[in-house]
Design a protein around this ligand. Sequence first.
Ligand code: HEC
Length: 402
Amino acid sequence: MSGNTIELFDLLARWVHVIAGIMWIGNSLLFNWLDRSLVSPRTHGQTKRPLGTIWLLHSGGFYYVEKTLLEGEDMPAPLHWFKWQAYTTWLSGVALLFIVYYAGGRASMVDSSAGTLTHVTASLIGISAILGGWILYELAQRVIAPRAPVVASIIWIGGFVAIAIALTHVLSGRAAFIHLGAMMATIMAGNVFWTIVPSQRALVASASGSSGADPAISARAKRVSIHNNYFTFPVIVLMVSNHFPGIYGHRLNWLLLLVLVAGGAGVRHVLNIRWTFPQWKPVLGAFIGSTMLLLWAIMIFGASTSAASAVAGTGPGSFEDARHVIDRRCAVCHSERPTDMSFGGAPAGVMFDTPEQIMAHAARIRERAVIQRTMPPGNKTNIDEAERSILDRWSGGQVNSH
Ligand code: HEC
Protein backbone atom coordinates (compact mmCIF):
# COMPACT_ATOMS: atom_id res chain seq x y z
CA MET A 1 0.00 0.00 0.00
CA SER A 2 1.34 3.46 -0.83
CA GLY A 3 1.96 6.12 1.79
CA ASN A 4 -1.00 8.12 0.51
CA THR A 5 -3.40 5.20 0.87
CA ILE A 6 -2.21 4.52 4.40
CA GLU A 7 -2.56 8.21 5.19
CA LEU A 8 -6.20 8.11 4.05
CA PHE A 9 -6.96 5.09 6.25
CA ASP A 10 -5.24 6.89 9.09
CA LEU A 11 -7.35 9.99 8.45
CA LEU A 12 -10.61 8.03 8.40
CA ALA A 13 -9.88 6.01 11.53
CA ARG A 14 -8.65 9.11 13.39
CA TRP A 15 -11.66 11.16 12.35
CA VAL A 16 -14.07 8.49 13.61
CA HIS A 17 -11.97 7.99 16.73
CA VAL A 18 -11.99 11.66 17.70
CA ILE A 19 -15.73 12.08 17.07
CA ALA A 20 -16.67 8.91 18.97
CA GLY A 21 -14.27 9.87 21.75
CA ILE A 22 -15.79 13.32 22.07
CA MET A 23 -19.26 11.78 22.28
CA TRP A 24 -18.22 9.18 24.85
CA ILE A 25 -16.24 11.46 27.13
CA GLY A 26 -18.65 14.35 26.57
CA ASN A 27 -21.60 12.23 27.64
CA SER A 28 -19.74 10.84 30.58
CA LEU A 29 -18.88 14.35 31.78
CA LEU A 30 -22.46 15.53 31.18
CA PHE A 31 -24.04 12.67 33.14
CA ASN A 32 -21.50 13.09 35.89
CA TRP A 33 -22.39 16.76 36.08
CA LEU A 34 -26.13 15.96 35.98
CA ASP A 35 -25.86 13.48 38.84
CA ARG A 36 -24.14 16.02 41.02
CA SER A 37 -26.37 18.94 40.05
CA LEU A 38 -29.81 17.27 40.39
CA VAL A 39 -32.14 19.02 42.77
CA SER A 40 -33.57 16.66 45.34
CA PRO A 41 -37.37 16.46 45.26
CA ARG A 42 -37.89 17.70 48.80
CA THR A 43 -36.58 21.19 48.00
CA HIS A 44 -38.66 21.02 44.82
CA GLY A 45 -41.89 20.25 46.68
CA GLN A 46 -42.82 17.33 44.43
CA THR A 47 -45.33 14.63 45.17
CA LYS A 48 -43.78 11.96 42.96
CA ARG A 49 -40.57 10.36 44.13
CA PRO A 50 -37.86 11.04 41.58
CA LEU A 51 -34.28 10.82 42.80
CA GLY A 52 -33.79 14.32 41.49
CA THR A 53 -34.75 16.76 38.77
CA ILE A 54 -33.09 19.52 36.85
CA TRP A 55 -33.90 22.23 34.33
CA LEU A 56 -31.51 22.85 31.43
CA LEU A 57 -31.40 25.46 28.70
CA HIS A 58 -30.05 24.44 25.32
CA SER A 59 -30.69 24.97 21.62
CA GLY A 60 -33.96 26.83 21.59
CA GLY A 61 -35.77 25.19 24.46
CA PHE A 62 -35.99 24.27 28.12
CA TYR A 63 -35.24 20.66 29.02
CA TYR A 64 -36.64 19.03 32.12
CA VAL A 65 -34.72 15.94 33.26
CA GLU A 66 -35.92 13.66 35.98
CA LYS A 67 -33.91 10.79 37.44
CA THR A 68 -35.95 7.86 38.72
CA LEU A 69 -35.72 4.13 39.41
CA LEU A 70 -39.23 3.70 37.90
CA GLU A 71 -40.50 1.90 41.04
CA GLY A 72 -43.54 0.18 39.60
CA GLU A 73 -43.97 2.39 36.55
CA ASP A 74 -43.88 0.89 33.06
CA MET A 75 -40.58 0.58 31.25
CA PRO A 76 -40.47 3.62 28.91
CA ALA A 77 -39.83 3.06 25.22
CA PRO A 78 -37.72 3.90 23.42
CA LEU A 79 -35.11 3.84 26.16
CA HIS A 80 -31.74 5.25 25.08
CA TRP A 81 -28.57 3.45 26.11
CA PHE A 82 -25.16 4.97 25.62
CA LYS A 83 -22.69 2.28 24.80
CA TRP A 84 -21.75 2.41 21.12
CA GLN A 85 -19.80 5.63 21.65
CA ALA A 86 -17.44 3.70 23.90
CA TYR A 87 -17.21 0.68 21.61
CA THR A 88 -16.69 2.83 18.48
CA THR A 89 -13.93 4.79 20.22
CA TRP A 90 -12.18 1.58 21.21
CA LEU A 91 -12.56 -0.15 17.84
CA SER A 92 -11.32 2.86 15.88
CA GLY A 93 -8.45 3.19 18.36
CA VAL A 94 -7.44 -0.41 17.71
CA ALA A 95 -7.58 0.30 13.97
CA LEU A 96 -5.28 3.29 14.50
CA LEU A 97 -2.79 1.20 16.46
CA PHE A 98 -2.56 -1.17 13.51
CA ILE A 99 -2.39 1.55 10.86
CA VAL A 100 0.15 3.77 12.59
CA TYR A 101 2.24 1.35 14.65
CA TYR A 102 1.90 -2.32 13.70
CA ALA A 103 1.82 -1.65 9.95
CA GLY A 104 3.93 1.50 10.27
CA GLY A 105 7.39 -0.05 10.12
CA ARG A 106 9.95 -0.62 12.85
CA ALA A 107 10.76 3.07 13.32
CA SER A 108 7.24 3.69 14.64
CA MET A 109 7.76 1.23 17.53
CA VAL A 110 11.45 1.24 18.46
CA ASP A 111 14.30 3.70 18.42
CA SER A 112 17.05 1.96 16.47
CA SER A 113 19.79 3.84 18.33
CA ALA A 114 18.46 2.53 21.64
CA GLY A 115 16.73 -0.81 21.12
CA THR A 116 17.48 -3.99 19.24
CA LEU A 117 13.93 -5.37 19.16
CA THR A 118 12.41 -6.35 15.85
CA HIS A 119 9.22 -4.66 14.75
CA VAL A 120 7.17 -7.80 15.40
CA THR A 121 8.57 -8.29 18.90
CA ALA A 122 8.02 -4.63 19.74
CA SER A 123 4.43 -4.81 18.47
CA LEU A 124 3.78 -7.96 20.51
CA ILE A 125 5.21 -6.25 23.60
CA GLY A 126 2.88 -3.28 23.00
CA ILE A 127 -0.18 -5.53 22.61
CA SER A 128 0.80 -7.61 25.67
CA ALA A 129 1.16 -4.46 27.76
CA ILE A 130 -2.36 -3.37 26.83
CA LEU A 131 -3.84 -6.79 27.58
CA GLY A 132 -1.68 -7.35 30.67
CA GLY A 133 -2.66 -4.04 32.23
CA TRP A 134 -6.31 -4.73 31.52
CA ILE A 135 -6.19 -8.26 32.97
CA LEU A 136 -4.43 -6.99 36.09
CA TYR A 137 -7.15 -4.37 36.51
CA GLU A 138 -10.01 -6.85 36.00
CA LEU A 139 -8.52 -9.32 38.47
CA ALA A 140 -7.94 -6.61 41.05
CA GLN A 141 -11.53 -5.37 40.62
CA ARG A 142 -13.20 -8.76 40.68
CA VAL A 143 -11.12 -10.62 43.24
CA ILE A 144 -9.66 -8.06 45.62
CA ALA A 145 -11.82 -4.94 45.40
CA PRO A 146 -15.06 -6.48 46.80
CA ARG A 147 -13.23 -6.91 50.12
CA ALA A 148 -10.49 -4.28 49.91
CA PRO A 149 -11.05 -1.65 47.21
CA VAL A 150 -8.09 0.46 48.34
CA VAL A 151 -5.71 -2.51 48.13
CA ALA A 152 -7.04 -3.28 44.63
CA SER A 153 -6.38 0.31 43.53
CA ILE A 154 -2.86 0.29 44.99
CA ILE A 155 -2.04 -2.97 43.21
CA TRP A 156 -3.25 -1.66 39.91
CA ILE A 157 -1.50 1.71 40.24
CA GLY A 158 1.71 -0.17 41.11
CA GLY A 159 1.23 -2.35 38.02
CA PHE A 160 0.61 0.73 35.88
CA VAL A 161 3.79 2.45 37.08
CA ALA A 162 5.81 -0.73 36.42
CA ILE A 163 4.37 -1.16 32.92
CA ALA A 164 4.93 2.53 32.18
CA ILE A 165 8.59 2.36 33.20
CA ALA A 166 9.16 -0.88 31.29
CA LEU A 167 7.41 0.27 28.12
CA THR A 168 9.17 3.65 27.92
CA HIS A 169 12.48 1.79 28.18
CA VAL A 170 11.90 -0.80 25.44
CA LEU A 171 9.66 1.02 22.94
CA SER A 172 10.13 4.43 21.34
CA GLY A 173 8.74 7.14 23.60
CA ARG A 174 5.97 7.97 21.18
CA ALA A 175 4.79 4.34 20.93
CA ALA A 176 5.10 3.82 24.70
CA PHE A 177 2.90 6.84 25.50
CA ILE A 178 0.20 5.78 23.06
CA HIS A 179 0.23 2.17 24.27
CA LEU A 180 -0.19 3.25 27.89
CA GLY A 181 -3.08 5.50 26.84
CA ALA A 182 -4.55 2.59 24.89
CA MET A 183 -4.21 0.36 27.95
CA MET A 184 -6.19 2.79 30.12
CA ALA A 185 -8.74 3.29 27.33
CA THR A 186 -9.11 -0.49 26.98
CA ILE A 187 -9.83 -0.73 30.69
CA MET A 188 -12.44 2.02 30.32
CA ALA A 189 -14.15 0.39 27.33
CA GLY A 190 -13.89 -2.98 29.11
CA ASN A 191 -15.58 -1.46 32.16
CA VAL A 192 -18.46 -0.36 29.93
CA PHE A 193 -18.72 -3.73 28.20
CA TRP A 194 -18.11 -6.15 31.05
CA THR A 195 -19.51 -4.29 34.03
CA ILE A 196 -21.49 -1.11 33.41
CA VAL A 197 -23.74 -2.35 30.60
CA PRO A 198 -24.44 -5.70 32.38
CA SER A 199 -25.35 -3.75 35.50
CA GLN A 200 -27.67 -1.53 33.45
CA ARG A 201 -29.26 -4.67 32.00
CA ALA A 202 -29.82 -5.94 35.52
CA LEU A 203 -31.33 -2.59 36.47
CA VAL A 204 -33.78 -2.77 33.56
CA ALA A 205 -34.67 -6.35 34.48
CA SER A 206 -35.28 -5.51 38.12
CA ALA A 207 -37.27 -2.36 37.26
CA SER A 208 -39.55 -4.42 35.04
CA GLY A 209 -39.90 -6.92 37.86
CA SER A 210 -38.41 -9.89 36.01
CA SER A 211 -35.52 -10.33 38.44
CA GLY A 212 -33.71 -8.63 41.26
CA ALA A 213 -30.59 -6.57 40.51
CA ASP A 214 -27.34 -8.42 41.24
CA PRO A 215 -25.79 -6.42 44.10
CA ALA A 216 -22.26 -7.62 43.24
CA ILE A 217 -22.48 -6.25 39.69
CA SER A 218 -24.05 -2.99 40.74
CA ALA A 219 -21.39 -2.44 43.43
CA ARG A 220 -18.66 -3.12 40.86
CA ALA A 221 -20.37 -0.86 38.32
CA LYS A 222 -20.41 1.97 40.83
CA ARG A 223 -16.69 1.50 41.49
CA VAL A 224 -15.52 1.19 37.89
CA SER A 225 -17.64 4.18 36.77
CA ILE A 226 -15.63 6.28 39.20
CA HIS A 227 -12.41 4.86 37.75
CA ASN A 228 -13.56 5.70 34.22
CA ASN A 229 -14.26 9.22 35.40
CA TYR A 230 -10.71 9.60 36.75
CA PHE A 231 -9.17 7.99 33.66
CA THR A 232 -10.68 10.45 31.16
CA PHE A 233 -8.19 13.31 31.50
CA PRO A 234 -5.06 11.11 31.70
CA VAL A 235 -6.16 9.13 28.62
CA ILE A 236 -6.77 12.30 26.62
CA VAL A 237 -3.36 13.75 27.46
CA LEU A 238 -1.66 10.48 26.48
CA MET A 239 -3.57 10.43 23.18
CA VAL A 240 -2.45 13.95 22.27
CA SER A 241 1.09 13.36 23.58
CA ASN A 242 2.21 12.46 20.04
CA HIS A 243 2.37 16.18 19.33
CA PHE A 244 4.94 16.79 22.06
CA PRO A 245 8.29 15.24 21.14
CA GLY A 246 10.00 17.23 23.92
CA ILE A 247 7.97 15.12 26.37
CA TYR A 248 7.78 11.64 24.84
CA GLY A 249 11.35 11.91 23.54
CA HIS A 250 12.80 13.07 26.87
CA ARG A 251 15.33 11.00 28.77
CA LEU A 252 12.94 10.93 31.76
CA ASN A 253 9.82 10.43 29.64
CA TRP A 254 8.46 7.80 32.07
CA LEU A 255 8.51 10.36 34.88
CA LEU A 256 6.88 13.03 32.72
CA LEU A 257 4.21 10.48 31.79
CA LEU A 258 3.47 9.67 35.42
CA VAL A 259 3.25 13.38 36.28
CA LEU A 260 0.83 13.92 33.37
CA VAL A 261 -1.36 11.00 34.41
CA ALA A 262 -1.39 12.03 38.07
CA GLY A 263 -1.99 15.66 37.10
CA GLY A 264 -4.93 14.74 34.87
CA ALA A 265 -6.54 12.55 37.53
CA GLY A 266 -5.93 15.24 40.15
CA VAL A 267 -7.63 17.93 38.05
CA ARG A 268 -10.56 15.56 37.57
CA HIS A 269 -10.72 15.09 41.33
CA VAL A 270 -10.86 18.82 42.08
CA LEU A 271 -13.62 19.17 39.48
CA ASN A 272 -15.50 16.26 41.06
CA ILE A 273 -15.46 17.71 44.55
CA ARG A 274 -16.33 21.25 43.52
CA TRP A 275 -19.97 20.88 44.60
CA THR A 276 -18.98 20.43 48.21
CA PHE A 277 -15.70 22.34 48.21
CA PRO A 278 -16.23 26.11 47.86
CA GLN A 279 -12.50 26.95 47.51
CA TRP A 280 -12.04 24.68 44.52
CA LYS A 281 -11.06 27.41 42.05
CA PRO A 282 -7.78 28.55 43.63
CA VAL A 283 -6.94 24.93 44.45
CA LEU A 284 -7.51 23.96 40.81
CA GLY A 285 -5.33 26.84 39.62
CA ALA A 286 -2.58 25.95 42.09
CA PHE A 287 -2.75 22.28 41.13
CA ILE A 288 -2.52 22.94 37.39
CA GLY A 289 0.26 25.46 37.97
CA SER A 290 2.33 23.11 40.11
CA THR A 291 1.85 20.22 37.66
CA MET A 292 3.15 22.40 34.81
CA LEU A 293 6.01 23.62 36.98
CA LEU A 294 6.95 20.05 37.83
CA LEU A 295 6.89 19.06 34.13
CA TRP A 296 9.04 22.06 33.32
CA ALA A 297 11.54 21.28 36.08
CA ILE A 298 11.89 17.66 34.96
CA MET A 299 12.28 18.71 31.32
CA ILE A 300 14.94 21.33 32.08
CA PHE A 301 16.91 19.80 34.95
CA GLY A 302 16.51 16.21 33.78
CA ALA A 303 17.83 16.91 30.28
CA SER A 304 20.83 14.86 29.31
CA THR A 305 24.00 16.94 29.06
CA SER A 306 23.76 17.50 25.32
CA ALA A 307 24.82 14.09 24.09
CA ALA A 308 25.99 15.48 20.80
CA SER A 309 28.48 17.89 22.35
CA ALA A 310 30.19 14.96 24.04
CA VAL A 311 31.18 13.80 20.58
CA ALA A 312 34.45 14.94 19.04
CA GLY A 313 34.26 18.23 17.19
CA THR A 314 33.93 21.78 18.44
CA GLY A 315 33.54 25.21 16.94
CA PRO A 316 30.90 26.35 14.50
CA GLY A 317 29.85 23.85 11.85
CA SER A 318 29.61 24.76 8.19
CA PHE A 319 26.34 24.82 6.33
CA GLU A 320 27.76 22.50 3.69
CA ASP A 321 28.50 19.77 6.23
CA ALA A 322 25.07 20.14 7.79
CA ARG A 323 23.37 20.03 4.42
CA HIS A 324 25.21 16.84 3.59
CA VAL A 325 23.89 15.19 6.78
CA ILE A 326 20.38 16.43 6.12
CA ASP A 327 20.46 15.12 2.55
CA ARG A 328 21.52 11.72 3.78
CA ARG A 329 19.46 11.36 6.93
CA CYS A 330 16.40 13.60 6.58
CA ALA A 331 15.56 14.25 2.95
CA VAL A 332 14.22 10.76 2.26
CA CYS A 333 11.11 11.99 4.08
CA HIS A 334 11.44 15.77 4.19
CA SER A 335 11.30 16.53 0.49
CA GLU A 336 8.78 17.61 -2.06
CA ARG A 337 9.28 14.15 -3.54
CA PRO A 338 10.05 11.88 -0.59
CA THR A 339 11.54 8.48 -1.37
CA ASP A 340 10.40 7.11 2.01
CA MET A 341 6.64 7.22 1.54
CA SER A 342 5.70 5.66 4.86
CA PHE A 343 4.35 9.04 5.99
CA GLY A 344 2.65 10.10 2.73
CA GLY A 345 3.97 13.50 1.56
CA ALA A 346 6.62 15.61 3.28
CA PRO A 347 5.91 15.04 7.01
CA ALA A 348 4.44 18.10 8.75
CA GLY A 349 4.92 19.92 5.43
CA VAL A 350 8.62 20.32 6.29
CA MET A 351 10.98 20.05 3.28
CA PHE A 352 14.75 20.31 3.13
CA ASP A 353 15.22 20.57 -0.64
CA THR A 354 16.75 24.05 -0.83
CA PRO A 355 19.28 25.92 1.37
CA GLU A 356 16.57 28.46 2.22
CA GLN A 357 14.23 25.74 3.48
CA ILE A 358 16.98 24.26 5.63
CA MET A 359 18.02 27.63 7.04
CA ALA A 360 14.43 28.55 7.81
CA HIS A 361 14.07 25.40 9.94
CA ALA A 362 17.41 25.64 11.75
CA ALA A 363 15.87 26.06 15.19
CA ARG A 364 13.49 23.11 14.80
CA ILE A 365 16.19 20.93 13.23
CA ARG A 366 18.29 21.62 16.31
CA GLU A 367 15.37 20.90 18.64
CA ARG A 368 14.30 17.65 17.00
CA ALA A 369 17.62 16.12 15.84
CA VAL A 370 20.08 17.43 18.45
CA ILE A 371 18.28 18.22 21.70
CA GLN A 372 15.29 15.89 21.76
CA ARG A 373 16.74 13.38 19.31
CA THR A 374 13.22 12.51 18.11
CA MET A 375 14.22 12.96 14.45
CA PRO A 376 14.67 10.87 12.39
CA PRO A 377 11.72 8.95 13.93
CA GLY A 378 13.09 5.85 15.64
CA ASN A 379 16.37 6.85 13.99
CA LYS A 380 15.06 5.17 10.88
CA THR A 381 17.90 6.48 8.69
CA ASN A 382 20.61 5.61 11.23
CA ILE A 383 22.04 9.04 11.87
CA ASP A 384 25.18 8.69 14.02
CA GLU A 385 26.64 10.80 16.82
CA ALA A 386 29.22 12.50 14.63
CA GLU A 387 26.45 13.63 12.30
CA ARG A 388 24.29 14.88 15.15
CA SER A 389 27.34 16.80 16.32
CA ILE A 390 27.66 18.43 12.88
CA LEU A 391 24.00 19.48 13.06
CA ASP A 392 24.58 20.67 16.62
CA ARG A 393 27.50 22.94 15.71
CA TRP A 394 25.86 24.36 12.58
CA SER A 395 22.42 24.92 14.12
CA GLY A 396 23.93 26.26 17.36
CA GLY A 397 25.61 29.00 15.32
CA GLN A 398 22.36 29.72 13.47
CA VAL A 399 20.18 29.86 16.54
CA ASN A 400 22.61 32.01 18.56
CA SER A 401 23.04 34.57 15.79
CA HIS A 402 19.32 35.36 15.92
C1 HEC B 1 11.29 8.38 8.14
C2 HEC B 1 10.84 9.71 7.85
C3 HEC B 1 11.54 10.88 8.52
C4 HEC B 1 12.88 11.18 8.53
C5 HEC B 1 14.01 10.38 7.92
C6 HEC B 1 13.00 12.44 9.22
N1 HEC B 1 11.77 12.89 9.62
FE1 HEC B 1 11.37 14.69 10.49
N2 HEC B 1 9.37 14.23 10.52
C7 HEC B 1 8.85 13.02 10.17
C8 HEC B 1 7.46 12.97 10.59
C9 HEC B 1 6.51 11.80 10.42
C10 HEC B 1 7.15 14.21 11.19
C11 HEC B 1 5.82 14.68 11.77
C12 HEC B 1 5.59 14.07 13.14
C13 HEC B 1 6.41 14.68 14.22
O1 HEC B 1 6.56 15.92 14.28
O2 HEC B 1 6.93 13.92 15.05
C14 HEC B 1 8.38 15.00 11.09
C15 HEC B 1 8.48 16.30 11.53
C16 HEC B 1 9.67 17.02 11.50
C17 HEC B 1 9.77 18.44 11.79
C18 HEC B 1 8.59 19.38 11.99
C19 HEC B 1 7.94 19.29 13.33
C20 HEC B 1 8.64 20.13 14.37
O3 HEC B 1 8.81 19.63 15.48
O4 HEC B 1 9.04 21.26 14.07
C21 HEC B 1 11.09 18.76 11.73
C22 HEC B 1 11.70 20.12 11.96
C23 HEC B 1 11.82 17.56 11.41
N3 HEC B 1 10.92 16.52 11.25
C24 HEC B 1 13.19 17.47 11.27
C25 HEC B 1 13.87 16.35 10.82
C26 HEC B 1 15.32 16.26 10.70
C27 HEC B 1 16.29 17.37 11.05
C28 HEC B 1 15.60 15.03 10.20
C29 HEC B 1 16.96 14.43 9.91
C30 HEC B 1 17.92 14.49 10.97
C31 HEC B 1 14.33 14.34 10.01
N4 HEC B 1 13.32 15.17 10.41
C32 HEC B 1 14.20 13.07 9.47
C33 HEC B 1 9.50 11.99 9.51
C34 HEC B 1 10.86 11.95 9.23
